[in-house]
Design a protein around this ligand. Structure first.
Ligand code: SAH
Length: 215
């Protein structure tokens, strides 16, 4: 089956890259990757490629991330059953679906109206009833449901948005690509250690679409 071989490839990739410092990604994360139907999250003409370990275009100049990167980011926040997670950049809804299998609730914000509408309808149709989406600029986070156990940012920011750090629980983790638009970015893992302290760790060089701002 195509999805199973994608999972094998991600597993193999993780063993080589060891971006987490561990040999393998968390088994629950791998199970989620093996369950979520990625072909449901891409446009019809991309479906033949849905189980290849690479990003794919989803329209509006945006992409669904590479499965390995989705798995890596999910692994690094160390998801637990009782987690409430905020995602910035709903895009196709795929990362939200992967998270939804692992945690209590996922809140996800998307800035492009058409993508937000499609993803929200798709997630509802596929039965992901523990995902709540909204249209907006994720730079400001989603105060109403804060604080979060973890925050996953899937668009590259020039800096770590202070509102997101504020909305993270003490002890919580945020995974975020940071860097400019025309360069590779650094995937950063941030942990809020106290009310006013964070520690960050550089994980890998990555390429994400930019975090855009509401005008
Ligand atoms: N997580 C997505 C990946 C989407 S690519 C998936 O699994 O498919 C990143 C997404 O971030 C794009 O859809 C882009 O429109 C969105 N984005 C960019 N800037 C944003 C912002 N300020 N707030 C919310 N979403 C943003």
């Amino acid at each position: 089956m195509a999805r199973a071989s994608m999972v094998d490839e991600v597993h193999y990739y993780a063993t080589l890259a060891r971006d987490t410092g561990e040999e393998a990604l968390d088994e629950h994360v791998m199970q989620s990757l093996g369950t979520v139907e990625r072909h449901q999250f891409v446009p019809a003409h991309q479906q033949p490629f849905a189980y290849e370990n690479r990003p794919l275009p989803i329209g509006h100049g945006q992409t669904i991330s590479q499965p390995y990167i989705v798995a890596l980011m999910t692994d690094l926040i160390e998801p637990d059953h009782d987690f409430v997670v905020l995602e910035i950049g709903t895009g196709s809804g795929y990362q939200a679906a992967i998270l939804a299998k692992l945690v209590t609730h996922v809140y996800s914000i998307e800035i492009i109206e058409a993508l937000a509408a499609t993803a929200s309808a798709r997630l509802a149709h596929l039965g992901y009833d523990n995902v709540t989406t909204k249209l907006g600029d994720g730079y400001h986070g989603w105060e109403e449901h804060a604080p979060y156990d973890a925050i996953v940012v899937t668009a590259a920011a020039s800096h770590i948005p202070p509102p997101l750090v504020q909305q993270l629980k003490v002890g919580g983790r945020m995974i975020i690509p940071v860097g400019g638009r025309f360069m590779t970015q650094q995937l950063l893992l941030l942990e809020r250690t106290t009310d006013d302290e964070v520690i960050t760790r550089q994980i890998a060089a990555v390429r994400f679409v930019p975090l855009t701002r509401e005008r």
